[in-house]
Design a protein around this ligand. Structure first.
Ligand SMILES: *Cc1c(COP(=O)(O)O)cnc(C)c1O
Length: 233
Protein backbone atom coordinates (compact mmCIF):
# COMPACT_ATOMS: atom_id res chain seq x y z
CA UNK A 1 0.00 0.00 0.00
CA UNK A 2 1.34 3.42 -0.87
CA UNK A 3 1.54 6.19 1.68
CA UNK A 4 -0.23 9.55 1.57
CA UNK A 5 3.16 11.15 0.96
CA UNK A 6 3.78 8.93 -2.08
CA UNK A 7 0.26 9.59 -3.36
CA UNK A 8 0.76 13.36 -3.12
CA UNK A 9 4.08 13.07 -4.95
CA UNK A 10 2.37 11.01 -7.65
CA UNK A 11 -0.46 13.54 -8.09
CA UNK A 12 2.02 16.44 -8.13
CA UNK A 13 3.98 14.64 -10.85
CA UNK A 14 0.77 14.21 -12.86
CA UNK A 15 -0.02 17.90 -12.47
CA UNK A 16 3.50 18.78 -13.61
CA UNK A 17 3.20 16.48 -16.64
CA UNK A 18 -0.19 17.94 -17.60
CA UNK A 19 1.21 21.47 -17.31
CA UNK A 20 4.25 20.59 -19.38
CA UNK A 21 2.06 19.09 -22.09
CA UNK A 22 0.10 22.31 -22.59
CA UNK A 23 2.93 24.74 -21.94
CA UNK A 24 1.83 26.00 -18.53
CA UNK A 25 4.01 26.59 -15.49
CA UNK A 26 3.77 23.80 -12.93
CA UNK A 27 3.12 26.20 -10.07
CA UNK A 28 0.13 27.75 -11.86
CA UNK A 29 -2.04 24.83 -10.69
CA UNK A 30 -2.73 24.30 -7.00
CA UNK A 31 -3.51 20.88 -5.59
CA UNK A 32 -6.49 20.91 -3.23
CA UNK A 33 -6.44 17.74 -1.12
CA UNK A 34 -10.06 16.74 -0.52
CA UNK A 35 -10.01 15.29 2.99
CA UNK A 36 -13.75 14.78 3.62
CA UNK A 37 -14.51 11.73 5.82
CA UNK A 38 -10.76 11.28 6.45
CA UNK A 39 -9.29 11.39 9.98
CA UNK A 40 -7.00 14.05 11.49
CA UNK A 41 -4.09 11.60 11.24
CA UNK A 42 -4.43 11.48 7.44
CA UNK A 43 -4.36 15.29 7.22
CA UNK A 44 -1.34 15.35 9.55
CA UNK A 45 0.44 13.01 7.18
CA UNK A 46 -0.43 15.19 4.19
CA UNK A 47 0.83 18.34 5.94
CA UNK A 48 4.07 16.54 6.80
CA UNK A 49 4.42 15.81 3.08
CA UNK A 50 4.11 19.52 2.30
CA UNK A 51 0.40 19.71 1.40
CA UNK A 52 -1.19 22.92 2.71
CA UNK A 53 -4.63 23.31 1.06
CA UNK A 54 -7.54 21.08 2.10
CA UNK A 55 -11.13 20.73 0.86
CA UNK A 56 -14.06 19.68 3.03
CA UNK A 57 -17.71 18.99 2.12
CA UNK A 58 -19.53 18.69 5.44
CA UNK A 59 -19.86 21.72 7.72
CA UNK A 60 -19.46 20.19 11.18
CA UNK A 61 -16.68 17.83 10.16
CA UNK A 62 -14.84 20.62 8.37
CA UNK A 63 -15.15 23.06 11.26
CA UNK A 64 -13.85 20.42 13.71
CA UNK A 65 -10.79 19.94 11.53
CA UNK A 66 -10.14 23.67 11.08
CA UNK A 67 -10.33 24.11 14.85
CA UNK A 68 -8.06 21.14 15.47
CA UNK A 69 -5.37 22.45 13.11
CA UNK A 70 -5.56 26.02 14.49
CA UNK A 71 -2.85 24.90 16.96
CA UNK A 72 -0.63 23.27 14.33
CA UNK A 73 2.84 24.83 13.92
CA UNK A 74 1.99 25.49 10.25
CA UNK A 75 -1.55 26.74 10.93
CA UNK A 76 -0.85 30.10 9.28
CA UNK A 77 0.10 28.42 5.99
CA UNK A 78 -2.88 26.08 5.84
CA UNK A 79 -5.93 26.99 3.78
CA UNK A 80 -9.36 25.47 4.19
CA UNK A 81 -11.79 25.28 1.28
CA UNK A 82 -15.47 24.48 1.68
CA UNK A 83 -16.55 22.61 -1.47
CA UNK A 84 -19.86 20.94 -0.53
CA UNK A 85 -23.51 21.93 -0.92
CA UNK A 86 -24.54 24.77 1.42
CA UNK A 87 -27.80 25.04 3.34
CA UNK A 88 -28.66 28.61 4.29
CA UNK A 89 -28.89 27.76 8.00
CA UNK A 90 -25.28 26.47 7.95
CA UNK A 91 -23.54 29.53 6.55
CA UNK A 92 -22.28 30.96 9.86
CA UNK A 93 -19.75 28.24 10.77
CA UNK A 94 -18.49 28.31 7.16
CA UNK A 95 -18.05 32.11 7.26
CA UNK A 96 -16.27 31.86 10.61
CA UNK A 97 -13.81 29.06 9.84
CA UNK A 98 -13.03 28.66 6.15
CA UNK A 99 -10.76 30.66 3.81
CA UNK A 100 -12.48 29.72 0.56
CA UNK A 101 -15.96 28.60 -0.53
CA UNK A 102 -16.19 26.92 -3.96
CA UNK A 103 -19.89 26.09 -3.95
CA UNK A 104 -21.79 29.39 -3.90
CA UNK A 105 -24.73 29.21 -6.28
CA UNK A 106 -27.22 31.76 -4.99
CA UNK A 107 -27.25 35.30 -3.69
CA UNK A 108 -28.96 34.44 -0.41
CA UNK A 109 -26.01 32.24 0.58
CA UNK A 110 -23.47 34.87 -0.46
CA UNK A 111 -25.28 37.61 1.51
CA UNK A 112 -25.29 35.49 4.64
CA UNK A 113 -21.61 34.55 4.26
CA UNK A 114 -20.73 38.25 3.92
CA UNK A 115 -22.85 39.28 6.92
CA UNK A 116 -21.46 36.48 9.06
CA UNK A 117 -17.78 36.82 8.12
CA UNK A 118 -15.98 38.00 11.30
CA UNK A 119 -14.52 41.50 10.96
CA UNK A 120 -11.05 40.46 12.15
CA UNK A 121 -10.67 37.92 9.33
CA UNK A 122 -9.71 38.72 5.73
CA UNK A 123 -12.55 38.62 3.20
CA UNK A 124 -13.81 35.13 2.34
CA UNK A 125 -12.68 33.95 -1.13
CA UNK A 126 -15.68 32.96 -3.22
CA UNK A 127 -16.09 30.78 -6.30
CA UNK A 128 -19.42 30.43 -8.07
CA UNK A 129 -20.41 26.86 -8.80
CA UNK A 130 -21.66 26.52 -12.36
CA UNK A 131 -23.73 23.63 -13.64
CA UNK A 132 -21.91 23.26 -16.94
CA UNK A 133 -23.81 20.20 -18.12
CA UNK A 134 -27.31 21.51 -17.39
CA UNK A 135 -28.27 18.46 -15.30
CA UNK A 136 -31.36 19.21 -13.24
CA UNK A 137 -30.12 17.10 -10.32
CA UNK A 138 -26.86 18.98 -9.85
CA UNK A 139 -26.24 22.09 -7.87
CA UNK A 140 -24.76 25.12 -9.53
CA UNK A 141 -26.14 28.03 -11.50
CA UNK A 142 -26.58 28.11 -15.25
CA UNK A 143 -24.34 30.15 -17.56
CA UNK A 144 -27.30 32.51 -18.12
CA UNK A 145 -27.55 33.45 -14.45
CA UNK A 146 -23.84 33.85 -13.93
CA UNK A 147 -23.31 37.51 -14.76
CA UNK A 148 -26.07 38.91 -12.56
CA UNK A 149 -25.00 36.75 -9.61
CA UNK A 150 -21.35 37.81 -10.05
CA UNK A 151 -22.36 41.49 -10.19
CA UNK A 152 -24.42 41.20 -7.01
CA UNK A 153 -21.73 39.29 -5.09
CA UNK A 154 -18.99 41.69 -6.15
CA UNK A 155 -20.81 44.36 -4.14
CA UNK A 156 -20.78 42.43 -0.85
CA UNK A 157 -18.23 43.83 1.61
CA UNK A 158 -16.74 40.75 3.30
CA UNK A 159 -16.37 38.52 0.28
CA UNK A 160 -13.96 38.58 -2.62
CA UNK A 161 -15.16 36.96 -5.80
CA UNK A 162 -12.22 34.95 -7.18
CA UNK A 163 -13.71 32.80 -9.94
CA UNK A 164 -15.71 29.74 -10.94
CA UNK A 165 -15.99 26.08 -10.04
CA UNK A 166 -17.65 23.14 -11.76
CA UNK A 167 -18.25 19.44 -11.30
CA UNK A 168 -19.01 18.39 -14.89
CA UNK A 169 -20.94 15.33 -15.86
CA UNK A 170 -18.60 12.32 -15.99
CA UNK A 171 -17.13 11.92 -19.45
CA UNK A 172 -14.55 9.28 -20.28
CA UNK A 173 -13.11 10.84 -23.40
CA UNK A 174 -10.67 13.71 -23.29
CA UNK A 175 -12.41 15.80 -25.95
CA UNK A 176 -15.76 16.01 -24.18
CA UNK A 177 -13.99 16.76 -20.89
CA UNK A 178 -12.06 19.52 -22.61
CA UNK A 179 -15.21 21.00 -24.16
CA UNK A 180 -16.94 21.23 -20.76
CA UNK A 181 -13.92 22.83 -19.08
CA UNK A 182 -13.38 25.28 -21.93
CA UNK A 183 -16.98 26.42 -21.53
CA UNK A 184 -16.29 27.31 -17.90
CA UNK A 185 -13.01 29.04 -18.79
CA UNK A 186 -14.82 31.00 -21.51
CA UNK A 187 -17.48 32.14 -19.04
CA UNK A 188 -14.75 33.31 -16.67
CA UNK A 189 -13.05 35.23 -19.47
CA UNK A 190 -16.33 37.00 -20.27
CA UNK A 191 -16.84 37.93 -16.61
CA UNK A 192 -13.29 39.31 -16.39
CA UNK A 193 -14.31 42.25 -18.57
CA UNK A 194 -16.31 43.57 -15.60
CA UNK A 195 -14.51 41.69 -12.82
CA UNK A 196 -10.80 41.77 -13.66
CA UNK A 197 -9.80 40.35 -10.26
CA UNK A 198 -11.12 36.89 -11.17
CA UNK A 199 -8.07 34.60 -11.19
CA UNK A 200 -9.25 31.16 -10.07
CA UNK A 201 -10.83 28.22 -11.88
CA UNK A 202 -11.57 25.23 -9.65
CA UNK A 203 -12.00 22.40 -12.11
CA UNK A 204 -10.59 18.93 -12.55
CA UNK A 205 -10.68 15.83 -10.38
CA UNK A 206 -8.83 12.49 -10.58
CA UNK A 207 -10.34 11.31 -13.87
CA UNK A 208 -10.26 14.56 -15.82
CA UNK A 209 -7.35 16.56 -14.45
CA UNK A 210 -5.36 16.67 -17.67
CA UNK A 211 -8.22 18.18 -19.69
CA UNK A 212 -9.01 20.64 -16.89
CA UNK A 213 -5.41 21.86 -16.80
CA UNK A 214 -5.30 22.19 -20.59
CA UNK A 215 -8.43 24.38 -20.36
CA UNK A 216 -6.90 26.64 -17.72
CA UNK A 217 -7.71 25.16 -14.31
CA UNK A 218 -5.88 26.78 -11.38
CA UNK A 219 -7.15 24.42 -8.64
CA UNK A 220 -7.60 20.67 -9.04
CA UNK A 221 -9.59 18.88 -6.32
CA UNK A 222 -8.28 15.41 -5.53
CA UNK A 223 -9.48 13.12 -2.75
CA UNK A 224 -9.31 9.38 -3.37
CA UNK A 225 -5.97 9.41 -5.20
CA UNK A 226 -4.37 10.96 -2.11
CA UNK A 227 -6.25 9.48 0.85
CA UNK A 228 -7.71 6.27 -0.61
CA UNK A 229 -11.37 5.28 -0.96
CA UNK A 230 -13.88 6.85 1.41
CA UNK A 231 -15.92 4.74 3.81
CA UNK A 232 -19.41 6.20 4.29
CA UNK A 233 -20.63 3.32 6.47
C1 LIG B 1 -15.31 14.60 -3.04
C2 LIG B 1 -15.03 15.70 -3.98
C3 LIG B 1 -13.85 15.75 -4.72
C4 LIG B 1 -12.78 14.66 -4.67
O1 LIG B 1 -13.24 13.51 -5.27
P1 LIG B 1 -12.30 12.22 -5.48
O2 LIG B 1 -13.03 11.41 -6.47
O3 LIG B 1 -12.20 11.54 -4.16
O4 LIG B 1 -10.97 12.68 -5.95
C5 LIG B 1 -13.65 16.85 -5.55
N1 LIG B 1 -14.55 17.85 -5.65
C6 LIG B 1 -15.70 17.83 -4.95
C7 LIG B 1 -16.65 18.96 -5.10
C8 LIG B 1 -15.99 16.77 -4.11
O5 LIG B 1 -17.14 16.76 -3.43
Amino acid sequence: MSSIKQNIEQVMAEIAAACEKCGRLENSVQLLAVSKTKPIAAIDEAIAAGQLAFGENYVQEGVDKVQHFADHPQAMQLSWHFIGPIQSNKTRPIAEHFDWVHSVDRLKIARRLSEQRPAQLPPLNILLQVNTSGEASKSGISFDELESLADAIAGLPNLVLRGLMSIPQKAEDYDSQLTAFRALAGAQQKLQAKHPQLDTLSMGMSGDMEAAIAAGSTIVRIGTAIFGARDYA
